[in-house]
Design a protein around this ligand. Sequence first.
Ligand SMILES: C[S@@+](CC[C@H](N)C(=O)[O-])C[C@H]1O[C@@H](n2cnc3c(N)ncnc32)[C@H](O)[C@@H]1O
Length: 225
Amino acid sequence: MRLDIFTLFPEAFDWFQSQRSVQNALAEGSELRLFNYRDTTPLNAGQVDDSPYGGGAGMVLRVDVVDAALRAAYPSEERPRVVLLSPTGRMLDDALADELTAEPHLALLCGRYEGFDERVHEHLANDEVSIGRYVLAGGELPAMVLADVVMRKLPGALGHAQSAVEESFSQMLEGAPEYPHYTRPVLHRGWGVPDVLLSGDHERVRRWRAEQSRARAAQLDPRAE
Ligand SMILES: C[S@@+](CC[C@H](N)C(=O)[O-])C[C@H]1O[C@@H](n2cnc3c(N)ncnc32)[C@H](O)[C@@H]1O
């Protein structure tokens, strides 16, 4: 997969790119590229935003600036699916992450300030994705969240091939939360480990985990759906 991220703060992704799962995905042939709107702005002195028509607080990212960034990155007609990060977009969940992971090439548009000129939403983006119904200062953290969930689903991103397959909300668990995990020590301050996990009986363990997963699904807060 190739993932292109358009942002005013490419340095914000330094830590993200150093993560093991991202490094693994890159080693397996994926690409992560960062584009700064300021590098291709047609305006003087690196200007990328302007005050809103009709007045009001804050600055708006200009449509000509975003258009120039996309044209520079994709000089031919062929463009990847362009995903604009927005608090009011389609809510990111595991199904949407699966859908996006199937794309060979994605472009993510990170907003700042008051967000994008509406014509970016209408004419330049294919999708709008939100990571939650709250407003963050910029699209960089949402882009990292989206990139993380997508890249860790790629083959080879995780050390253990099954780790992303049997995970909370995966098809393997029928969309339910994952079962609880325990590791050493077997007893800490009187807090023990369920006997079944120490039994060595794989079939019992499998059944216990399935029950736990279903019980957790029943307890999920319906308001979060
Ligand atoms: C301060 S926000 C703009 C908020 C906008 N004025 C509003 O009221 O909806 C700036 C940028 O951060 C990003 N952003 C903020 N919260 C987000 C969220 N929950 N999900 C996805 N992107 C978000 C978007 O790219 C947005 O353009």
